[in-house]
Ligand binder design. Structure first.
Ligand code: FDP
Length: 399
């Protein structure tokens, strides 16, 4: 019976099927037989053209399929073609890092690199997994064939990709953010941003002026967030999730460990305009400026909840999903806070803005900041539009 209805309706044009189905919905006098046929026809219309926005068991939207289809739908986003290779490289690195993190306790990968002797350029002790994740991500990007320069939290200077494998994009990344949590199996993540080429660095004939070239390339990485063509993070938690933007909305992909693929699970993510969760390291409150201290007491008076993992990717992801406000403001000891502009603040601001939220230092939009140094730190306050705008307003009033 069902088959007959399907075949019968397949012969109709879409408009006719819709019209018949609509008349079946609106005409109570119509016989039972007609309504059933019309309903079957309507379901055929929807099922014959499955939405690519949804992952299903039978037609999962993989990351690669999503990028190809986005490219076809948005001819103006010309960089999307290159993103296929680049995102495949990043996805591979995320899968590898996710597996290293999950098995760290089993494979002697917890603890500090060199037993504590390895310090990065920012004076932080590197964990074994910081170093390993950096290598994994660098190698994956290098062999994407699309990379010209890479700047990592774990490297002193931006790294040039050797000519054999090089392309023209610039990647900035923190390979394992929140790694102080790693030995306790708490959520961590990878954050990345992609800029387009720095023509001056790549096209000039530098001959043996290598140092000069390095300097020029270093400047190439120092672009404001508004120049980012893609940003994202990978969350290593109860599930491994890749959340990204190509400047055209935010989309989330969950790693299906049974097939080893990132599948689209969160299409066009939007951050709630309001929220009741604040996420700050309150232990620093005494050193905050009066504006931030006042904001904190307002949130407490309103009965908001406090949630702070101390792992930026986890805290920002929760803020994106549930709404609220996350931040690491400057304080008396560290005037510019703790988070790095290029590979933490800017890519996360790109994501939050693309999801409809706001990201600021309190007085300036983070996406507009022109980096003065590769490892520059900035105060960060981001999240739900109404909550963050209230902070911005408070800073304006305090002037
Ligand atoms: P971590 O030092 O563990 O790598 O910038 C790094 C970061 O974690 C962020 O992920 C996190 O939001 C912040 O530092 C936590 O800093 P506090 O411990 O000072 O709160």
């Amino acid at each position: 019976m069902q088959m007959a209805a399907f075949v019968g309706s397949a012969a109709l044009g879409c408009g006719e099927v819709r019209a018949r189905a609509a008349s079946a919905r609106t005409a109570p006098a119509a016989g039972r037989r007609t309504s059933r046929r019309a309903a079957a026809a309507l379901s055929m219309v929807t099922s014959a053209k499955p939405s690519r926005k949804m992952s299903t068991e039978t037609s999962p939207v993989t990351l690669t399929r999503f990028i190809i289809e986005e490219g076809m739908e948005n001819a103006d986003l010309i960089h999307l073609k290159d993103m296929e290779n680049l995102m495949a490289a990043i996805a591979l690195a995320c899968k590898k890092i996710s597996s290293l993190v999950a098995r760290a306790g089993l494979s002697n990968l917890t603890g500090l690199e060199e037993g504590g002797g390895s310090i990065n350029v920012q004076g932080e002790e590197q964990k074994k997994l910081d170093v390993l994740s950096n290598e994994v991500l660098k190698n994956a990007l290098r062999f994407s064939g699309k990379m010209g320069i890479m700047a990592s939290e774990e490297e002193d200077k931006p790294v040039l990709v050797d000519e054999l494998t090089s392309g023209s994009y610039i990647a900035v990344f923190d390979p394992l953010d929140g790694s102080s949590n790693i030995d306790a199996n708490i959520a961590t993540g990878t954050i990345f941003g992609i800029f387009e080429d720095n023509a001056e660095c790549l096209t000039q004939d530098w001959e043996d002026r290598i140092e000069e070239r390095e300097l020029q390339c270093m400047y190439g990485t120092m672009q404001p967030g508004t120049n980012l063509v893609a940003s994202g993070y990978c969350l290593y938690s109860s599930a491994c999730m890749l959340v990204l933007t190509f400047g055209n909305g935010v989309h989330g992909f969950t790693l299906d460990p049974t097939i080893g693929e990132f599948l689209l699970t969160h299409y066009d993510m939007k951050i709630p305009e309001d929220g009741k969760i604040y996420s700050f390291n309150e232990a620093n409150e005494a050193n905050w400026d009066p504006v931030m201290r006042d904001m904190l007491s307002r949130w407490k008076e309103r009965g908001y909840s406090s949630r702070y993992i101390g792992s930026m990717v986890g805290d920002v992801h929760r803020t994106l999903m549930y709404g609220g406000i996350f931040g690491y403001p400057g304080d008396k000891k560290n005037k510019t806070g703790k988070l790095r502009l290029l590979y933490e603040a800017a890519p996360m601001s790109h994501i939050i803005e693309q999801a409809g939220g706001v990201s600021t230092t309190g007085t300036e939009r983070i996406m507009d900041l022109n980096p003065q140094a590769v490892h520059q730190r900035v105060p960060v306050i981001l999240g739900s539009k109404n909550l963050v705008n209230e902070v911005v307003e408070a800073y304006k009033q305090a002037k």
